[in-house]
Design a protein around this ligand. Structure first.
Ligand SMILES: Cc1cc2nc3c(=O)[nH]c(=O)nc-3n(C[C@H](O)[C@H](O)[C@H](O)COP(=O)(O)OP(=O)(O)OC[C@H]3O[C@@H](n4cnc5c(N)ncnc54)[C@H](O)[C@@H]3O)c2cc1C
Length: 373
């Protein structure tokens, strides 16, 4: 039996290790379009961009003894009838079992010269552009945009953040949003959010300024941090339930009997609906489940994700464990671990990265007290 894993990052690398841990001793081929060996993206907007960690420190544990690595080669097509993945170098990889872990790519504004941040290359290229006199405008004040702003400040740059929504609100809720927005402003970031109209002035392929509600902000470097798009384009015509919204999987990460998927590329069943959960912990956990399902089928335990994610910005680590962003203030502002009970069942921590097990146990106890939304 041969298993092919497409996508060589958090989910793909975890799938390889989990298959071996489950006793799978057949051939595994890992196909990845990046030339790099698998690495973590988490430090790219933080320590690597700020220049406090080197690229090598992001490496995930080596996989060479567990799989044949075909890095620097994209999968361009899936032929289910022949059970092959067609690669950009003109070769094919045959599979009896397939794990799809192609993640996501940055959504773009579509203006010449904009920077995105998803890969090591992006982070190093951007870092090289950032000197204290660089005028930086970040479009998008979600988690990524705010982390980039924090790293700019660490480099002596006072960036401008522009967004149509209040910073971080969609993912972390209004109360945490207000605190981290204040922390960003106190540290020296300029925040224009929410704005209603946004226009980018580009001349001769160079960005000159961002115009937000009539306010003109000169920019040497424009960074877009406006979300991501699941990397499903290579699955067009494959017959799999894939779209720009993601690849639909069941609660064992299965797409078909032979094909599973994990991580940022998936649309997963959560509380009766299909959702994307583009977070590190989900990518790891779903890859473990998807590997188990390829080996054990229905005997593999089903997976009901409970989202757990964190951010590090402006000197604070903030963690949340929740199905939805909390609304309003927590029960006790001064507690080490914050809880939003009263029907919300959200737990989090404002000044540290609280361990996943601790938050989930607390979440379970809140949940047993009342239904969450
Ligand atoms: C800068 C940054 C910081 C982050 N920080 C945090 C954080 O602090 N906390 C948190 O919870 N989460 C964080 N995340 C999210 C977390 O990193 C992702 O959820 C995780 O990387 C998802 O892993 P994945 O393997 O599913 O996808 P990805 O990491 O996107 O990996 C997919 C891989 O597949 C490759 N690929 C795509 N298409 C093809 C193809 N056709 N053929 C071959 N290979 C292909 C891609 O190039 C990539 O190497 C961060 C993400 C980024 C970008």
């Amino acid at each position: 039996m041969e298993i092919v894993v497409v996508g060589g990052s958090a989910a793909g690398a975890t799938a390889v290790r989990s298959l071996r841990a489950k006793g799978f001793d057949g051939a595994i081929t890992l196909v990845g379009d990046e030339a790099e060996a698998p690495y973590s993206r988490v430090p790219l907007s933080k320590q690597v961009l700020a220049g406090t960690a080197v690229a090598e420190s992001t490496r995930l544990p080596a996989l060479e003894d567990q799989a044949v690595l075909r890095t620097g080669t994209a999968a361009i097509r899936l032929d289910q009838d022949r059970q092959v993945v067609v690669l950009a170098d003109g070769t094919e990889a045959h599979y009896d079992g397939l794990v799809i872990a192609t993640g996501a790519r940055p959504r773009r504004l579509g203006v010449a010269g904009e920077h995105g941040l998803r890969t090591i290359e992006d982070s190093l290229r951007l870092h090289a552009q950032l000197t204290p006199d660089t005028r930086v405008v970040i479009v998008g004040a979600g988690v990524l945009g705010m982390e980039i702003a924090s790293s700019c400040l660490a480099l002596g740059i006072r960036p401008t953040l522009v967004d149509k929504q209040p910073p971080l609100r969609r993912v972390f809720g209004d109360w945490i949003s207000a605190r981290l927005t204040q922390a960003a402003a106190d540290a020296g970031a300029r925040i224009l959010a929410p704005v209603r109209r946004l226009r980018i002035d580009v001349s001769r392929e160079r960005i000159r300024a961002v115009i937000a509600d009539g306010c003109r902000i000169r920019a040497d470097v424009l960074i877009s941090a406006i979300g991501d798009v699941p990397a499903t384009e290579w699955l067009a015509g494959s017959g799999l339930p894939a779209s720009d919204n993601g690849l639909e999987v069941d609660n064992r990460g299965r797409v078909t009997d032979r094909i599973t998927a994990a991580g940022d590329v998936t649309l997963s069943p959560v509380g009766g609906a299909l959702r994307r959960l583009p977070h590190w912990t989900h990518a790891i956990e779903q890859a473990q489940v998807a590997a188990a399902a390829l080996v054990a089928g229905d005997a593999a335990a089903p997976y009901e994700p409970l989202p757990y994610y964190w951010t590090e910005q402006f000197g604070r680590k903030t963690t949340l464990c929740a199905h939805t962003a909390p609304i309003g203030p927590p029960d006790d502002h001064n507690a080490e671990i914050l809880t939003w009970s009263a029907g919300q069942a959200v737990v989090g921590a404002l000044n540290h990265k609280a361990p996943v097990g601790r938050l989930r146990r607390l979440h379970a106890s809140l949940n047993s007290e009342g239904p969450h939304r």
